[in-house]
Design a protein around this ligand. Sequence first.
Ligand code: GLN
Length: 301
Amino acid sequence: MEVNKVVSPDSFRESILEVLCPLLFPGTSGGKEVLEMVSIKVIGVAVLVLVVVGVAAFLVFKAGEQGKKVLKVGTSPDFPPFEYVAANGTIMGFDIELMRLIAKKSGYDDIEIVSMDFDSLIPALEQGQIDVIAAGMTITEEREKRVDFSIPYWEADQAILVRVGSGFKPQRVEDLEGKTVGVQTGTTAADYLKSLVDEKGLNINIKEYSSYVLAIQDLLAGRIDAVMVDTPVAKMFEKRYKDKLAIAIIVKTGEKYGFAVQEGNKELLEKINKTLQEIMQSPEWDKLVQKYFGSEKLPGT
Ligand code: GLN
């Protein structure tokens, strides 16, 4: 069969546009210009549709979120067994699980863990980034000026941890003279060490860390001579680094831990106190204590 004329689809489309365009779009010169205009418009519309769909999806998601009552819990997960990072990366611990129970009993659907350095917790609470601090935090007069504490839920003293085999075996805090002692910034241990320097005139090199985990690493590596940390946590590190770390001194400070809420947040504080009291008198408490203090190995590690 003989084909007289082959019209390519492109040239066919162009010739149609040449004819139609000046009619449909007066003021344009023809096909190419209109094609460009149309494609710019198409892209514009596509972008607009994407933005609208995106915003709608976000709003639907937010609406769902808002329907849920979530308690924002601030913590510093370097304080085992109260809070620590488990092998799978999740934040676990006695405080976390206790807070989850409290939240559930107080009518919350869930808790959201917000992790930060210990000394950022009170500022974050003041700024409303978190609803409550659960971080083995000692109730002190100084902190009471800025936050409101729950009823106490744990008691602790301070311990000096040293490296086994280092030859340094302090018996009294005076033996820390001339030594480097690691501590987490903003803690009662840091305050205590500073008081030894300022009030007792001891020459102690206080090395502050953002996290106790880093302080312990430096102690294990021999970069510092000791670490001062709360007794329950010192015992946990001693257990975890058996034959490597040992408690040398215990200083009776008689500290009590509480959960902190924003100053004046009576509603939340009352809920926490009521449910905490209930839990502490129930078998749930013993189960929790057994889980985090009773075993050789920390759950999830
Ligand atoms: N209990 C101590 C304090 O409140 C240490 C708490 C911590 O390091 N998480 O300062």
